[in-house]
Design a protein around this ligand. Structure first.
Ligand code: HEC
Length: 296
């Protein structure tokens, strides 16, 4: 195995430090940014979901009991909590298709609310784990990256059962409109569906990538400067003088006749070393001369 030179050691160690710092710094920064973006989207989604819930609650508490007394000839969709929440959300998110709010059910009253494969999967997860109150994550849809927040829809209020128990019990006009086959047979405590809210995070994701590449670029630049600066100065003050010192010392140890050049530049320690070697050589020459003189 060849013993590495001081140049090689300095360069290799600097590169290793650079790579580790780049990996740890870049990776850590990415995780932080991603976390902040998700947190941000999560807060936005929570706020929107709370307003959807508020509309639901308002409809159940204030609209439903009053309109029910009217005995009109038409079914008022306005009294339906799910209708109210989804309608209000549509106007809140108007213009941006990435903001969506759905109340999807396995056995929905309105066919438009039938759960798709992703929603079915969410409902199943909520049904399997009663302690699970929320699922959040990201999904890619139509070239957009969306953050989603899902919560189970559980029947907790007797008022819901009136319309979702049997077609006989439900308002006649509602059955006339939606038919007797869908959205019935729900019972108290059952998780019938999922509230699924999405907000776009494509932009945040892009900003994260932009900031990340800026950081990587900046770090690389700083490290490149540090690398060249450090290697050049170490080269001039340590590596080159030390190499010639090593060479001179090597020559001096082999013969007394030649007088190799000892470096006079470099760091203080190297100069001291060069001077010491020089003195040693002089003393050695003197000693040899004395021994030679006695022999004569
Ligand atoms: C006045 C009758 C009525 C009441 C009371 C009612 N619903 Fe509904 N519900 C409906 C109708 C009608 C729809 C379909 C609305 C639409 O066109 O989107 C619906 C839709 C839903 C949906 C969306 C999936 C689907 O079936 O289309 C969910 C979830 C839901 N209701 C849950 C509830 C819960 C929970 C309550 C109690 C807070 C409740 N409902 C109270 C009539 C009612």
């Amino acid at each position: 195995m060849t013993v590495p030179t001081i140049r090689g050691i300095i360069r290799r160690n600097l590169l290793i430090i650079f790579l580790i710092a780049l990996f740890v710094g870049g990776g850590g920064f990415y995780v932080l940014l991603e976390h902040a973006a998700m947190q941000n989207a999560g807060q936005q989604a929570e706020l929107m979901l709370s307003s959807a819930l508020a509309v639901r609650g308002y409809t159940t508490q204030h609209i439903l009991p009053n309109i029910a007394r009217l005995h009109d000839a038409v079914f008022h969709e306005e009294t339906v909590p799910a209708f109210a929440a989804q309608t209000v959300f549509r106007s809140v998110s108007a213009g941006d298709a990435a903001y969506t709010y759905r109340e999807a059910a396995l056995n929905p009253t309105s066919n438009a609310d039938r759960a798709g494969p992703f929603e079915v999967d969410l409902i199943r997860q909520f049904r399997n784990d009663a302690g699970l109150k929320e699922i959040r994550g990201t999904l890619d849809q139509g070239g957009q990256r969306l953050f989603y927040l899902a919560r189970p829809i559980q029947i907790k209020d007797e008022k819901c059962i009136v319309c979702h128990d049997t077609p006989q019990r439900a308002p006649k006009l509602m059955v006339a409109k939606y038919g007797p086959n869908n959205g019935f047979g729900w019972h108290m405590g059952e998780i019938v569906g999922v509230q699924l809210l999405t907000v776009p995070v494509t932009q945040q994701f892009r900003s994260t990538l932009e900031l990340e590449s800026l950081l990587i670029g900046g770090l690389t630049l700083i490290f490149a400067l540090a690398y060249f600066g450090l290697t050049a100065s170490l080269e001039a003050t340590v590596a080159t003088p030390l190499t010639s010192l090593a060479h001179a010392a090597d020559q001096a140890s082999r013969s007394t006749s030649s007088a190799p050049e000892l470096p006079t530049s470099g760091a203080r320690e190297i100069r001291t070393l060069a001077e010491s070697i020089q003195r040693l050589r002089v003393s050695l020459a003197k000693a040899l001369a004395q021994i030679g003189g006695k022999h004569d």
